[in-house]
Design a protein around this ligand. Structure first.
Ligand code: MLT
Length: 277
């Protein structure tokens, strides 16, 4: 570990099957809060693309990164924790969008003392129903068989973006589509299987006493109002935000409002006096 960073950093965890690009529009305003940002590409996505299991790999830094880990969101969480350790960040505020929210909950289980604030965006606390689980496993098989994510992008973009973005922001629609279409099918399948295996996290949230934010796009077709209510009921110190005019990808669809909400959470963390550990 390098010298410990005494102020909490802000960790932004992206949605499936995208990468850190989901935070692009909020990086500037959040940097202006003076908080250091850590914005990883989660396992297999974006710049963290894996080599296939068994393949030769010349880069020793990534020599242990194969595609054969058991699908489990805790693997993603451990990698995020290793990144925090590498930069000497002893405490952090977590902000997770959808799958990123599931990873945030896994991080709270792994290292509860490291986290001093929590923003859950367009995500859910419950485990999958058997039908949802079966659907994920089917998609995982199909995407690997297809060998690319073009059909997945066609299917997912209409559900991910709300009506305003779909009709008024063609460049955003194209950017999201391009990112999904370029994703690694093996990483997509692994993440689907890992999400299918995730536990209910109600007890995890109930044990988090720090300041929290639960945000949802009002037109989110994936995470429901009930999902938001369940997270608010579980968290002892959560504030709700509902964004009109936004679908599931709120940091891309309503970046000003999302940055303001996360900035407000950072203020609450500072005021709570628990920020520096
Ligand atoms: C996401 O946006 O990360 C996904 O909708 C999460 C999920 O499939 O549950």
């Amino acid at each position: 570990m390098s010298d410990p960073v005494s102020d909490p950093v802000l960790v932004l965890l992206h949605a499936f099957p995208l990468d850190r690009m989901v935070w692009d529009e909020v990086l500037d305003p959040l940097s202006q809060t003076g908080t250091d940002l850590i914005v990883p590409d989660l396992r297999g996505f974006g710049q963290s693309r894996r080599r296939p299991a068994g393949a030769d790999h010349a880069d020793q830094d990534h020599a242990d990164e194969t595609d054969d880990d058991e699908p489990d969101l805790e693997v993603m969480a451990r990698e995020v924790l290793a990144g925090l350790n590498r930069v000497g960040a002893r405490s952090a505020v977590l902000a997770g969008l959808s799958m990123g929210g599931y990873v945030a909950m896994a991080l709270l289980r792994l290292a509860p003392d490291r986290f001093v604030g929590l923003a859950l965006l367009d995500t859910r606390v419950s485990a999958d129903t058997p039908a949802a689980r079966a659907d994920r496993l089917r998609i995982a098989t199909e995407v690997v068989a297809a060998g690319d994510c073009a059909a997945l992008a066609d299917a997912m973009v209409p559900a991910l973006l709300g009506p305003a973005a779909r009709s008024g922001r063609p460049e955003l629609v194209a950017r999201v589509h391009r990112t999904i279409a370029a994703a690694d099918p093996a990483a997509v399948a692994w993440a689907q299987r890992a999400m299918a295996a995730r536990p209910d996290s109600t007890a995890t949230l109930a044990g988090f006493a720090g300041p929290a934010l639960v945000l949802r796009g009002a037109q989110d077709a994936i995470s429901t109002q009930l999902d938001q209510d369940l997270m608010l009921a579980a968290l002892p110190a959560a504030e709700p935000v509902v964004l009109g005019g936004s679908g599931h990808l709120s940091p891309l669809e309503q970046p000003v409002a999302v940055a303001a909400a996360i900035g407000g959470l950072l203020d609450r963390v500072r005021r709570s006096g628990d920020g520096a550990r």
